[in-house]
Design a protein around this ligand. Structure first.
Ligand code: ADP
Length: 342
């Protein structure tokens, strides 16, 4: 409803903007026509010969051949010329009106389209985010309402309720943190500077070491000392997101590898896992906000909200880079990040 109202509002704005463009075109066209008509009309008026043109001197005799018919002939021709001019200018302005309407509407659409897309995306974001927030909030409400209805509650049950409450609050925190990061990225100015790829990779591995160890997983890296032009915290965040997913969607005791290479003026960092993989239908959508592949929705331990990859993509886009996913369902996935070299 919200989104539709915004789109409706934008349609009205497009019409208003198109009318303003058309008004400018018409003011210019009519202004030009008025000036042109006056100038041409004055020039035509000057075609009537002055009385002196009818006087003739031969020797010292002055003959006046004044003929009212000649003057009236000229006046008729001039009046007709003015009339023709008026008709042509009228046709010209009508053409400008018709052509101008099409051009104005096209220009207005072109001007407003990026704004419209942005507003739609924002409205969609707010609506999706509210929907996602509602789930843990409803769970919290239901848990507490059910507990309140009980006449008695033991300490054990109360502790269990508190534990469940805390779980839902943690989900809410994860979600709001992710939303905040995603929203903040819009206004973030990247600080691109030369950074060493293997150092960023080491930082990212450190950040996820505890969760990898909790699943007894190994992370092996063979990233050479290549210099990238990147925003250090931003790129580290991307690698943490990818490693976090590799851990989340892989079985215990499996391995993750990180390779680095360079291709022309681009650095490539690839993270491979031996996890659940991503189906061919899901693969094109995993970078969409709030998208979660079905198998992960049913995985109870993966508290994901489909924000990580959207954020990673946004950061890499800001680097003018690329992030590519490929996967073999059941065998594992690989994510390659491409960023410019220094
Ligand atoms: P989430 O927080 O749900 O993990 P992401 O945006 O990080 O959100 O990922 C979107 C979806 O892509 C996940 O729900 C999961 O289905 C899929 N996905 C991402 N990385 C992997 C991976 N390494 N292995 C399997 N599936 C993955």
């Amino acid at each position: 409803m919200e989104v539709r109202a915004i789109v409706q509002n934008l349609k009205a704005t497009t019409t208003r903007l198109a009318l303003s463009y058309l008004a400018i075109i018409m003011v210019m066209s009519i202004g030009f026509s008025v000036v042109f008509y006056h100038t041409s009309s004055r020039e035509l008026g000057r075609q009537i010969p002055p009385a002196s043109a009818f006087r003739e001197f031969s020797g010292n005799r002055l003959t006046v051949n004044y003929s009212p018919q000649v003057t009236s002939f000229f006046e008729d021709r001039i009046a007709q010329g003015r009339q023709n001019l008026l008709i042509r200018l009228f046709v010209l302005n009508m053409t400008a009106l018709a052509g101008g309407s099409v051009v104005s509407y096209y220009l207005a659409r072109r001007t407003l389209q990026p704004i419209e897309e942005n507003m739609e995306a924002q409205a969609q974001f707010v609506s999706d985010a509210s929907h996602e927030l509602r789930t843990p909030l409803t769970a919290l409400q239901t848990l507490n309402e059910v507990a309140m209805r009980r006449p008695k509650i033991s300490t054990h049950e109360a502790k269990d309720l508190l534990r469940q409450n805390i779980e839902e609050v943690i989900k809410l925190q994860t979600l709001t943190d992710g939303l905040l990061r995603l929203a903040q990225r819009d206004g973030v100015q990247l600080k691109l500077a030369p950074v060493l790829a293997h150092e960023i990779v080491a930082d990212a591995i450190n950040a996820v070491m505890d969760s990898a160890q909790a699943k007894d997983m190994t992370i092996a890296e063979t990233v050479p000392k290549i210099k990238l032009l990147a925003d250090q915290p931003g790129l580290t965040r991307v690698l943490v997101i990818l490693l976090d997913n590799a851990i989340k969607y892989s079985p215990e005791h499996s391995a993750i590898t990180i390779d680095g290479s360079q291709q022309g003026k681009t650095a490539l960092i690839t993270i491979r896992d031996e996890g659940t993989g991503i189906s061919a239908e899901d693969l094109p959508h995993i970078f969409d906000r709030f998208y979660r592949a079905d198998q992960s929705r049913s995985t109870q331990h993966s508290h994901g909200y489909g924000i990580g990859l959207a954020l990673a993509k946004k950061i890499i886009d800001q680097h003018n880079g690329e992030i590519i996913a490929s996967s073999m369902p059941g065998k594992g996935s690989s994510f390659t990040v491409k960023v410019p070299l220094v």
